[in-house]
Design a protein around this ligand. Structure first.
Ligand code: NDP
Length: 280
């Protein structure tokens, strides 16, 4: 499918396609006595997080991936649970849900997830492998950005991709994936002076800041394809990091909700099935 000027790059059709192939592969593995199984470790009462975990569990059920949600409340509890899961041959995929208990760091705790089970690319080993061009599961959100751009046949080779946000879970891995596809990549963050001057140079603009409507029409040039990763709870409902008025300027824009989000969940489950297949 090709992006048309001013078009909305919905993720729903792509997510449906990914779910269909994932369900077929999961059924084959289950028939061969190797049912795919995901474990989600969570240590928070945060309602947004709980809702995300429920959505993963129900999406998993729909594609035939078993999903266990394991609750604990401390960093030690997380470490002990992850250590058990690392050795459990029945579990092929492990996710550590954020937010974490005060003082606990995702990268630190996620070192306990072996790369072959790290289906959301959370451990430093996975990010390091990604940066080194070695096989690894990328964080599903970062991969979803690339999957959407590919789905709409957005050219990356030799184009200028600007990523706003440098988190370990989205911005940095997205930048690595864009670089692997021969884009010229600029990463911006909260200390970048004159953000609009840089983002206006983008052929492809990826925004992952967690700041609702940070990017306005003044940040975007005609011809730019914009991928909005942000999911922000506002009094008016879920909002992206990109103001809706950008649609009038940009060549194409992903919607929130319905853009990166559904593709992310679909890819996460595909990773679990791939991990099961590779577990042999
Ligand atoms: P983080 O808070 O970890 O990182 C935010 C990044 O944005 C930081 O690098 C920060 O810069 C940068 N930033 C913040 N404010 C500005 C600003 N004014 N100008 C430029 N850069 C800025 O967030 P995440 O990466 O975890 O998530 C980003 C967004 O993506 C959130 O809305 C989150 O909900 C969403 N998300 C969506 C997913 C999906 O499936 N759709 C999955 C995961 C996340 P600095 O480093 O300098 O602080």
């Amino acid at each position: 499918m090709t992006a048309q000027p001013g078009s909305e790059l919905s993720g729903r059709e792509l997510a449906t396609q990914i779910r269909a192939t994932t369900a077929a592969r999961a059924a084959e593995l289950a028939a061969a006595g190797r049912p795919p199984r995901l474990a989600v470790v969570t240590a928070t009462d945060d309602e947004a997080s709980a809702s995300y975990v429920r959505s993963i569990a129900s999406a998993a059920a729909r594609v035939g991936v078993a999903c266990d949600v394991l609750r604990t409340s401390t960093a030690n509890g997380i470490s002990a649970t992850l250590a058990q899961l690392a050795d459990d041959p029945e579990v092929q995929g492990v996710i550590l849900q954020t937010p974490l208990p005060d003082g606990a760091g995702l990268a630190d705790l996620a070192t306990a997830i072996p790369p072959e089970k790290d289906v959301d690319g959370a451990s430093p080993a996975s990010l390091g492998r990604l940066a080194a061009g070695l096989p690894a599961f990328p964080p599903a959100t970062a991969e979803a950005v690339l999957a959407l751009l590919d789905h709409y046949q957005v050219e990356l080779r030799g184009r200028h991709a600007v990523v706003v946000g440098r988190s370990v879970v989205v911005g940095k891995p997205a930048a690595h994936l864009l670089l692997d596809r021969h884009a010229t990549v600029t990463i911006c963050h909260s200390r970048t002076p004159d953000l609009p001057a840089i983002t206006r140079q983008a052929d492809v603009l990826v925004v992952a800041t967690g700041r609702a409507s940070l990017i306005g029409p003044e940040h975007v040039s005609p011809g730019t394809t914009v991928v909005d990763v942000g999911t922000n709870a506002t009094p008016d409902g879920l909002a992206g990091d990109v103001h809706p008025a950008v649609a009038a300027v940009a060549a194409a824009l992903t919607p929130v909700p319905g853009g990166v989000g559904p593709v992310t969940t679909a890819l996460l489950l595909r990773h679990v099935v791939e991990a099961t297949a590779m577990a042999g």
